[in-house]
Design a protein around this ligand. Structure first.
Ligand code: HEM
Length: 373
């Protein structure tokens, strides 16, 4: 008689080896366990592209508590708050931010150009998206340094109050309530969703959301984007010669190396995920990082290829909570890369340096050591 097949033990998302490189686990999950309960992590893991997309958009799966940010809101409140933020982060409002973003990108790039060696994470990626969000809010550029730190830690603090941010914003809120302008902070200060103005706390919460969601994810996304291009000098040269390829190069990096590879949900009613019924209370981890490399959706998915025709936008989530800042992040990446390519013609890794992505819920290289000339 044939012995029964040996089932390989599947490591938890929390295993140190998975944090170092989650892709072997993602592959096993996609191929053998499209829905698997991860005991130590405390959630069902969903890994195939179509299942992840469906789970992110599923109305019976909500962002788990605690939290008071937009992703934790549902129904009319969520719609009203989204409708407030959306116009300030898209279209004409976004186009108006481009010149300021470009100036900031050039200032940062020129500072790097003066060095023998630099870390693009500390000196570029952590600044440019933060400056973009600060500009969208209409806060003075000088506040970037103070808010940049909050941007970096925003995702972890977003669940609760943040006295430092409250104190920083209070004078700006008072001023905007008295003399509103066209910026996002003014929009929030003068809005009356449901016929009543937003409280200072609600305004701070929404600003915190934009800073936290925008600052950190966009900084990590930019780090992975630059790492992918520096790792593929042929493709870096291509985008240098044909800058119209930059948006595709950015989308491709978000597919291959999304900065938020794991997004959590909790079932509030019986729900079917990846073909399996789950009870209310079940926690679900939508593995965006696994979905982006699903070979059923993307040919040769591990490869970074700026000519890929079928890039996806899943890195920014899907459905009613899909990312509101995707266009702002793309604009910052595009203007940022153009500035770096122009000001640093010899941009390349420091000899012997290899970027190492880190992090489970928020993932990217934390150091990008380069030679500018
Ligand atoms: C590469 C950059 C970015 C990535 C990868 C990213 C990723 C995401 C993801 C995965 C979600 C969905 C979360 C969920 O469903 O639980 C989301 C939502 C959100 N993002 Fe982004 N984000 C980025 C940049 C930004 C920026 C620059 C801003 C703001 C300026 C922003 C603002 C938001 C907001 C407000 C939401 C909540 C939308 C809602 O709940 O309706 N994001 N983002």
């Amino acid at each position: 008689m044939e012995p029964p097949p040996v089932r390989r033990a599947v490591p938890s998302l929390l295993a140190p080896a998975v944090e170092r490189d989650p892709h072997p686990l993602y592959r096993t999950l996609r191929e053998e366990h499209p829905l698997l309960h991860d005991e130590p992590f405390g959630a069902w893991l969903v890994s195939r592209y179509e299942d992840v997309r469906a789970a992110l958009a599923e109305p019976r799966l909500l962002a788990p508590p605690p939290g008071r940010t937009l992703v934790h809101q549902e129904g009319a409140t969520h719609d009203a708050h989204r409708a407030l933020l959306e116009p300030a982060l898209r279209g004409r409002a976004l186009a108006a931010l481009a010149p300021g973003l470009e100036r900031t990108a050039y200032v940062l790039a020129r500072r790097i150009a003066a060095r023998q060696e630099a870390d693009l994470v500390a000196e570029f990626c952590q600044w440019l998206p933060a400056a973009a969000v600060v500009a969208a809010l209409g806060l003075p550029y000088e506040e970037t340094a103070r808010l940049q730190d909050w941007c970096r830690t925003g995702l972890t603090h977003a669940a609760g109050r943040h006295p430092g941010l409250d104190a920083c914003l209070r004078p700006h809120i008072v001023r905007r309530r008295a003399h509103p302008g066209a910026d996002l902070l003014s929009v929030l200060c003068t809005a009356e969703p449901g016929g009543r103005p937003l409280s200072d706390e609600a305004v701070t919460g929404l600003v915190g959301e934009v800073l936290g969601a925008g600052g950190e994810a966009a900084a990590l996304g930019l780090a992975s984007f630059l790492a992918n291009l520096l790792d593929h000098p042929g493709q870096l040269e291509l985008v240098r010669e044909r800058p119209e390829l930059i948006p595709a190069a950015w989308a491709e990096s978000l597919r291959r190396d999304p900065p938020r590879p794991v997004v959590l949900r909790r079932a509030v009613a019986p729900v079917t995920v990846a073909g399996t019924p789950l009870p209310p209370g079940a926690r679900v981890a939508c593995l965006i990082g696994a979905a982006g490399r699903d070979p059923a959706r993307f040919a040769d998915p591990d490869r970074y290829d700026v000519f890929r025709a079928d890039a996806s936008r899943l890195a920014g989530g899907a459905g009613r909570h899909a990312c509101l800042g995707a266009d702002l992040a793309a604009l910052a990446a595009e203007r940022g890369l153009r500035a770096l390519l122009e000001v640093l013609p010899g941009l390349r890794w420091t000899p012997g340096f290899r970027p190492v992505p880190r992090g489970l819920l928020a993932r990217a290289p934390r150091l990008l050591s380069i030679r500018p000339r």
